[in-house]
Design a protein around this ligand. Sequence first.
Ligand code: ADP
Ligand code: ZN
Length: 762
Amino acid sequence: MTDSHQKSLFADEVPWEAADQSDRWSAEIVFDLPVDQSFHYLVPDALREQLQAGQRVRVPFGQGNRRIVGFCVATGPPPSLSKRMKWVEAIVDLAPLVTPGMLQLTRWIGEHYLCSWGTVLHAVVPAGVKKNAGTRMARVYFLGDSDRLAADVASLTKKQEAVLDVIKNAKQPPTQGQILEAVGCGPSPVKTLERRKLIASKLVRTSTSRYDSPVAAQVTDLELNQDQKDAVTAICQVLESRKHETILLHGVTGSGKTEVYIQAIREVISYGRQAIVLVPEISLTPQTIRRFRSRFDTVAVLHSHLSDAERHWHWQQIAAGRVSVVVGARSAVFAPTPHLGLIVIDEEHETSFKQETTPRYHAREVARQRCELEQVPLVLGSATPTLESWQRVQDGEDQLVSMPRRVVGLPLPPVVLVDIRNDPRIGKGAAIGRALDHAIRQAIEDDGQVILFLNLRGFSPVFWCRACGESVTCPNCDVTLTWHRDKAAAMCHSCEYTCDPPSQCPACGDAGIRHVGVGTQRLEAEVKARYPEWNCLRMDSDSMRGRGSHDEALEKFRSGEVQILLGTQMIAKGLDFPNVTLVGVIAADTMLHQPDMRASERTFQLIAQVAGRTGRSERGGRVLVQTAMPAEPSIQFAAKHDYIGFTTQELSQRRAIRVPPYRRLARVIVRGPVEPDVVAQITAMAAVLRDHSQRLGIDNDVMILGPAPAPLTRLKTFYRYHLQISAETPEAIRTLWRNALPDFLDAKDIEFTIDVDPLNMR
Ligand code: ADP
Ligand code: ZN
């Protein structure tokens, strides 16, 4: 916050009784506090002209009148007047941080996800934007003393040299944000250079220079096949109608969905509008970015590694209309494009589109709402749409466009299920059974390449005691410790707790403790030992820490230097390597054991996605799925590539057990350090909810399920219990919660969260 921009006015000059009250002006203000309401403040005359909705203000709050900052969401004559009304003290921002459209959208989020409007606003405006909101000036950098430069150049670090190069080659003096973006570094090299007087800076009015995204060689659009043309036409029809409609683009893996997005976006740009493309964070890889940068001049990429300064810079460029395509993860749905023309959500079934901290929004639902407000199309693309999205099509609410064939007319690969229950090697603890071993050898001897998928990282997921049968859990969580051999450590994947591997059982003291089960590191060791003549490479979040490591690894695979690529989710999605003739799924069942109504749906999705990585050229390809549950319907349907068969069966089951998409859910979690307190609190909460439900007369529809211990009862030293509210419509849940909330807010020391439309059931 820059104090110089704040107009302070501590009291109104004229006594209340003497002033003319008919001309009063007020502001409606919301705060980042867990309260379900807004507050009205009087606006002093001196601030009346400047204050607009979307700016932040500083006001006295509560009994002690402590000063806090809130968002002004409306101004106007006061709805009611009283002498006790407080005054706005200062305006924090020079200009509104959010548009009227964004105010409407954030308000909807607060109402739908049952959290305060102020909390939503606070969360969606990036920190860098809030911090710099008072500056219309920017600092730009140019080269310093040339004698010094010549003398000192030998002593520079690589990063410092890169910074100098950027400044030297820029057409206009660049801002720090532009330098950091181009070099890919933090601010320290710039500061050091400036201190050594090798560069200098000055303040200028924020530049209006063209948006410079790093350029990639431009590629021309492909000639679309008939399915793709039909899909683009459907999107363009909605675009031209200037009405909102959601299009579910159900296209099998390799059907060319990205090309459809690209050509629809071209249309959007020709209208002078902008497009937002949301992809799962894990798919926001250099290849994905290149695919868009090689087609469009001005692409902004919003990923989670941006610094505050970088994010702020992008935000400004987008708001100024200098960006035509925004590509980003979940939060890019809030990108301040001035004339939005289209939002695309690729891989709409991915759970990472749901935020798991307050506000717990789902980007798909926010996008739907935003597209409706702005009357533009929303495109949801997936080979395996969620049951929620499929059901909306069945209900006639959304439009379905199908692309059932792969682009080049190749068939989807055959999927073979391998029952590992009697496999002697697996019985001895190996990851690769006999059938998969044969298939790997054959694929590579025929000059193909292999992808092996396993969604457990680390070496072994469990330390197990032979004597008493106990496994070793994290001291803070109900999670077994994973053995990371490379770090010689036992680690908790929930809280990062790390310790030396236990040498004896913490339960019985026996020394026979050993690690069991296979993670990606152990799979890597097995592959290296078994196929020493071939190169293998592991991709998971442990091995892909460094910047650029992802690109480097995939390049080695693409060039053929590496024959076997193995890894987690990271390799399950989006990769397009024509030479991959075999995909092996090491353990298809890992997800089926989770206490989650979506376990089957996720298993189906995963097998379908992984299978999509092969059979992408004339060389063909096949998939081997190792499973101990070969009769499981989700696995059977996935092996037949039968999305509709699976979905039809799964929907009828969901209807029978009365769960989403047929009912709406909200999950309430109470947590605390003392288990009996948590139990008492959530029991009381359930009683209050049941009571209100009865009084409101909605207890024939609304069901309160629980309370019960959450599946992950202990997390980061806290005990967790949950209950679920289930109802026919989201409105019933909202009404109940709004009525009951004041009772919970009055109760002291109770820590609860509510998750509307929850995806994570742990
Ligand atoms: P999906 O996202 O549906 O899995 P992609 O968009 O990745 O499919 O497309 C698969 C491959 O087909 C990519 O290599 C893409 O460049 C190529 N492709 C897409 N459309 C066409 C087309 N019309 N003609 C030729 N190749 C295409
Ligand atoms: Zn832990």
